[in-house]
Design a protein around this ligand. Sequence first.
Ligand code: NAD
Length: 443
Amino acid sequence: MKVTVFGIGYVGLVQAAVLAEVGHDVICIDVDENKVENLKKGIIPIFEPGLTPLVMQNYEAGRLKFSTDAKEGVNHGIMQFIAVGTPPDEDGSADLKYVTAVARTIAEHMQGHKVVIDKSTVPVGTADRVRSVMSETLKGRNASVAFDVVSNPEFLKEGAAVSDCMRPERIVVGTDNEDVVDLLRELYEPFNRNHDRMILMDIRSAELTKYAANCMLATKISFMNEISNLAELLGADIEKVRQGIGSDSRIGYSFIYPGCGYGGSCFPKDVQALIRTSEQIGYTPRILQAVEAVNDDQKLKLPAFIKRHFGDDLKGKTFALWGLAFKPNTDDMREASSRVLMETLWQAGARVQAFDPEAMDEAQRIYGSRDDLQLMGTKEAALHNADALVICTEWKNFRVPDFDVVKNALKEPVIFDGRNLYDPERVSKRGFVYYAIGRGASV
Ligand code: NAD
């Protein structure tokens, strides 16, 4: 099938590569010339396990193309994916300017029937808006061309995006046209062989499904963080509590890790966007408001521990930071806890020596010119002469460090662990003061 994907980001690029891999003829369109030129040279703009060979092989085989030429893109595919960003507006609602820009572009150039598939996370009612933007644009051209708008939200997880797209747990399709269902079945058939993963529904339900999924996951995290705060005050160990409740199959072990707050390009903005959607229709979303508030506070936990230990004035102090990405296996730093941590430390006069296995370029891009941030080549180098170690991301290779090396490199043996990686008893036996989430400080 001929497929066009607008937006070469985490979602667009992975989806395009996976569709090309199973034999579809895919062209990706982006407004970012640099990104497109780099892709043509084999430079992949994001880190995602397994993505580079997939993109390269399919590009070389001619099934995956990259261009900035929107007209070429519109002419190419009967299936037109919108996979552009929907960042938060000033008031937290989803900013739809990129989505509507693509809708307009498709309508400006289309000559025959197109199926416009919204993969971006968009508020309920967006398909109607896309439809009306396209109708107006077609009217302006005096053209009468049929089109369909489908909601097909994406559920991939950064860090496992390729395997999530190759083996989706579900393919949610919101449409009001039965004929389009056949086209989508054909498109996704290679991913739907083992059993039927396609969940069909009306467009508004599909749009809400994506927000409901992300908000449910964010709720689990904030709930656990709230219990972790209670555990700390009550002298309980949240890690024991986590295991205790996770063993209940109705609760399960996933997404109940306490920590220094959720980040990334999805949970914070999607919780916010659903809050704004609710408010716009006169409903007060009390749970979602609490989920957001708990998370905002949770990102301040590590800075609070640090100030409790060292005092409010951190001038002259240097902190080793392990982990910049919002979670392991990605280079994405959007809304990462590490950013709140660093910015709070800088405000208090401290310096940061940071290491992340994948997000160093991203940190350089965001904070490059600061002289109170030094990006170090290894996790050991980040420790050198620092006053304490702070951990913001649970990368695998932070899990079993050589604690003697850590101790010798630091001025003071103190660890502030935002991801509960270590056993408090074991690290304190080795002479560390260890602050973790919901476990109290072990001295
Ligand atoms: P991203 O910021 O990584 O990429 C978006 C791309 O769209 C950029 O390359 C940008 O240059 C391009 N773009 C902007 N305007 C354009 C236009 N008019 N024409 C062509 N390209 C244009 O975004 P992302 O993380 O891939 O997210 C895309 C959407 O998918 C968002 O709505 C997001 O909420 C949703 N989503 C993201 C994830 C995730 O894990 N990142 C998962 C599921 C859903």
